[in-house]
Every structure is written in structure tokens, then in C-alpha cells.
Write a protein that binds this ligand. Structure first.
Ligand code: PLP
Length: 404
């Protein structure tokens, strides 16, 4: 079975649409982690994720007559764009069923590839059911996001590329797991040639569907849960993918939301690379898990870069707050002319920047003759903020918790 998969992977047609993505060394991160870290840059694909590999391989395998009738899938994410692009490349119609809650920007992206978008239901399950109905009605072919041999083989081309691109010592490959198509393909390719390389799957702690399924030796369905790793938010893994993963995956680890957010920020800040939540989970795993991998060669598959800017901005602000580079607190002043000027002068002497300031002369627990300032400061970090607070306290100002 594995051999026929290897053959399928070798024969997979993906390069009509996908690039052979670079495998890049990450020297700054490598120093920080005392490992040799390499990134497989699937975030650089035309639709900013690897999904077009599997989708195109499946679509390319269809006979002309079947293909002409068209394809369908249910997805609000990367699979939708992969299928839409792959169908356009083969000049066949595509119907993409998306939950009504899908952000307009994602709907638009799919429409721009010429696909027909059907908005239905409040979540993926309802959209999927509706897609099956349309499939039967119109005689379309369903392009499954993971549980399909041709899709798995298409994703497996990533494994073949890594083998070609990294001929030196290689200890482990970290692969995010949603439905399991990616790790099944990559794992089979890697194990066929270099069985000593550890294949490590990564899931969000909120939705560890593969980990549970491997433990139970059968597919489990988890309740839905929100996660910033939305690309791997799958409640039940595939039948095929579970069978394959049980043979080629050495270990599945989970990461928290916080760890994933930190990994996104770290990639932004030190590698100048934008990845989405799912794509950052391999880094989150290696940052936070004792995996016995010191001074080893590890490949992290950065699976996608589709993250919206509001999410990036929330992650950046949270990170700044955590590092003490952005801080908010209250200061009690004497309510008299010039008091505010003296306060801001003192803050300037400490070389901190005022980002936001609100002067409240009628706050509820004020003594007569007091006022309160709510300050947001930008500083170089926790040390500077401690220095500012000490200086203010010494000058006789009362400090308070920020308004929540
Ligand atoms: C789909 C996806 C995954 C997981 O792939 P599966 O085949 O579902 O396991 C990981 N990362 C991103 C960005 C994805 O879009």
C-alpha cells in the first residue's frame, strides 16, 4: 500500500499550479533554539497555502467528461482557494460552498478565481451537507480536503521536495495536522526514503482530533472549538488519513492558543515572515515542548500565510503588552493647573512615549482636589516600565490599576 502511494506521489501533477517551495535555513531562530531549523515555505504558494497541490492533483486525475461537469467542495478556508485555482487552471467549473459566516474577503478571493460561491448554513458541517446535495443534483465531483488518495499524494510532493532539498543530516519534520492529508502524504514520502527521520504532527490543544483518533484507534468526533489555527480546526480526521498516519507518524503534540500566537509573533519579528495560525504551530511545538531535539536538524512546514490583518494586529498588541513594551495604568494627580504638564515631563525624562492619555477630573472614588490620568505608554520593555513607575512613585504620584 505504501509503495503504491510513493508511486502516486512521484507521479502527482502539481507543478502546473504549485511552485517547488524553498526550504530555507532560519539562522536567527536556530541560534535561539540551539537547533538547526529549516522552513518549508508553503506560505509562498500562489494561494498562500499548500492546498492547491492536492486539489490540483485530484482535478488533474479526472477524465475529461467527468471533469467537464465540474467540481465542488465545502470550505471557508485554504481548500476553497486551492480548488478554485486548480479548477480554473483546468478550465472547468467549480462550486464552492461556504458557511454564511465566512468573511467577505474570503468569498471575494474565491470568486476572483471564477468559482461559483454558494453561501449556506452557519458552520462547516451544514455547508458540507449542502455541497453533497448539489453534487448529486448537478453530477459534480467532490474534491475532499484530505480523505482522498489523490489529494494525499498531491500533498506528499512536499515530502519529496524536502528529501531532495535537504540531503544532509535530518532528525525531524514538524507537520500541522487538520484532517491529516498533509501529514499522511509527507510522512509516507519521508518514511519510504529515510525511515529514521521523525515525523511529528502538531495539533491545536483545542481540537486534537488526530491525537485522539490514534489513541482510540478509530475516528472520534470532537465538539467544535474556536482556535486561531483555523486551518487545522477539523473535528474528525479522515478514514484513510488515520490509517496512513498510524503507520508514518511517530508522535502528535498539541500547542495552546497562546503558544501559537507567540510563534506567529516570533516569525514576524525575527524572521520577517507572515504565517497563519496553523502554519505557526510547528514552531510553537518546538518552542514549548521537550522533544529531546537539542542541536538537531529540524524542518518546520510553514503550511500557509492566510491570516487577516485584524488578527495580526491583535497578536502584535498582545505580544507588546506581554513584553512590557506597551503598558497601561492610572495615575492620581492633584487637580490643579500645570499638574498634567509636570507628569508628562517626568515621563518624557524617563524616555517613554505616551501613546494615549485620558484626564478624568470626575472619577468616582476621587478625593476632592484629585484627578486621575489613564496612561498608555510605549517603552523599550519591562525594565524601562519599572523605572518609570518607580520615578512616578518617588515623585509622590499614586499609581493605580488600569480601567479594564
Ligand atoms: C489544511 C491545512 C493544514 C492541515 O492539512 P490537513 O491535510 O487537513 O491535515 C495545515 N495548515 C494549513 C495552513 C492548512 O490550510
Amino acid at each position: 500500500m505504501d509503495e503504491s502511494y510513493v508511486e502516486k506521489i512521484l507521479k502527482a501533477r502539481v507543478y502546473d499550479v504549485a511552485i517547488e517551495s524553498p526550504l530555507e535555513a532560519a539562522p536567527r531562530l536556530s541560534r535561539r533554539l540551539a537547533n538547526d531549523v529549516w522552513f518549508k515555505r508553503e506560505d509562498l504558494q500562489p494561494v498562500f497555502s499548500f492546498k492547491l497541490r492536492g486539489a490540483y492533483n485530484k482535478i488533474a486525475s479526472l477524465g475529461d467528461e467527468v471533469a467537464r461537469r465540474g467540481v465542488i467542495c465545502a470550505s471557508a478556508g485554504n481548500h476553497a482557494q486551492g480548488v478554485a485555482l486548480a479548477a480554473r487552471r483546468r478550465s472547468i467549473p467549480a462550486v464552492i460552498v461556504m458557511p454564511r459566516t465566512t468573511p467577505e474577503i474570503k468569498v471575494q478571493a474565491v470568486r476572483e478565481f471564477g468559482a461559483e460561491v454558494v453561501l449556506h448554513g452557519d458552520d462547516f458541517d451544514h455547508a458540507y451537507e449542502h455541497a453533497l446535495g448539489i453534487m448529486n443534483e448537478r453530477g459534480l465531483t467532490l474534491i475532499h480536503p484530505f480523505d482522498d488518495p489523490d489529494v494525499i499524494a498531491g500533498q506528499g510532493t512536499i515530502g519529496m521536495e524536502i528529501l531532495r532539498q535537504h540531503s544532509g543530516k535530518l532528525d525531524a519534520i514538524f507537520v500541522p495536522i487538520g484532517g491529516g492529508g498533509l501529514i499522511a502524504g509527507v510522512g509516507l514520502a519521508i518514511k519510504a526514503a529515510r525511515p529514521d527521520v521523525r515525523v511529528i504532527g502538531v495539533q491545536a490543544e483545542a481540537l486534537p482530533a488526530m491525537r485522539r483518533a490514534l489513541e482510540a484507534r478509530s475516528r472520534v468526533t470532537l465538539p467544535s472549538a474556536p482556535t486561531i489555527a483555523d486551518g487545522i480546526a477539523v473535528r474528525q480526521v479522515g478514514e484513510l488519513t488515520l490509517a496512513l498516519a498510524s503507520r508514518c507518524v511517530d508522535e502528535v503534540v498539541t500547542v495552546t492558543e497562546e503558544e501559537t500566537a507567540n510563534a506567529i509573533l516570533l516569525l514576524l519579528e525575527i524572521e520577517k515572515t507572515v504565517v497563519e495560525g496553523a502554519g505557526a504551530t510547528p514552531l510553537a511545538a518546538i518552542l514549548n515542548r521537550r522533544l529531546g531535539l537539542a542541536r538537531r536538524n529540524v524542518v518546520l512546514v510553514l503550511t500557509g500565510g492566510n491570516i487577516d490583518v485584524t488578527m495580526i494586529s491583535r497578536i502584535i498588541v498582545r505580544g507588546l503588552v506581554k513584553d512590557g513594551r506597551l503598558v497601561r495604568f492610572g495615575v492620581i494627580l492633584r487637580d490643579q493647573p500645570g499638574a498634567l504638564a509636570r507628569l508628562t515631563a517626568l515621563i518624557a525624562e524617563c524616555r517613554a512615549n505616551i501613546v494615549h492619555i485620558e484626564h478624568d477630573r470626575a472619577f468616582s472614588h476621587a478625593a476632592i482636589g484629585e484627578s486621575r490620568v489613564e496612561l498608555t505608554l510605549e517603552t523599550a520593555g519591562a525594565e524601562q516600565i519599572a523605572a518609570v513607575k518607580q520615578r512616578l512613585t518617588e515623585a509622590g504620584y499614586g499609581l493605580e490599576e488600569p480601567y479594564s
